[in-house]
Design a protein. Structure first.
Length: 210
């Protein structure tokens, strides 16, 4: 029974990252509407926020895999001018929109239903954020996805990636491999590791042309 349960868990995780968009949407909607992810609703004080405040400087942010809208509602209101959050789960976005209305930020927060692996922005941004969502990018496509989104960074704009690379003192292979790829292929401005959460935060941009 335990083997069967572990197999189902593995398959569900695999499909949420690598499956067709319609299957991913069904799985994520089921989990968000069922309350599985309620525990992430409050992340005030997270290690990613100081980096976002530092690089936004009152500008615009694209949040890929935004979930229930934590970043859009926990950032200081004066830290940004305009926010776009993209997520494949309508259930997550419903919660994000409700929170935005409650916080009187409907004039600056926009949420878009879509798979961020294929989403095409309509403007450029000062910061493009992957907050744990990078985990759901196939390892072989990390550079390709970042290269595609690079054209949607404003001059001087940066990517910010927050990803859990450790747990209970042990390194998690795939997230760490993603960090290594980013460090090898892009110009890293900052790297910070949070010992409490096991998260790594990277701030980086495209390498300047030779």
């Amino acid at each position: 029974m335990n083997i069967a349960r572990r197999t189902l868990t593995f398959m569900g995780g695999f499909l949420k990252s690598y499956g067709p968009s319609n299957i991913k949407k069904l799985l994520w909607d089921k989990e968000f509407s069922g309350g599985k992810w309620n525990f992430i609703d409050d992340t005030v004080g997270d290690c990613v926020y100081p980096h976002l405040h530092r690089y936004l400087r009152g500008g615009s942010i694209l949040d890929l895999g935004c979930g229930p809208g934590n970043t859009a509602n926990e950032l200081a209101a004066g830290a940004y001018r305009f926010y776009v959050g993209v997520d494949i789960s309508e259930a997550a976005l419903d919660k994000a929109r409700r929170r935005t209305l409650e916080n009187s930020r409907a004039d600056k927060n926009l949420f878009v239903l879509g798979d961020f692996l294929t989403y095409v922005p309509t403007q450029q941004f000062d910061v493009i954020l992957f907050r744990e969502s990078m985990y759901h990018v196939p390892l072989s496509r990390v550079k390709t996805i970042l290269d595609r989104y690079s054209k949607y960074l404003r001059d001087g704009g940066v990517f910010v990636v927050r990803i859990a690379t450790g747990c209970d003192g042990k390194t998690k292979y795939r997230p760490q491999a993603m960090v290594t790829t980013i460090e090898r292929e892009f110009a890293v401005a900052e790297k910070a590791e949070d010992n409490i959460t096991g998260a790594t935060v990277l701030v980086f941009g495209p390498r300047p042309p030779c």
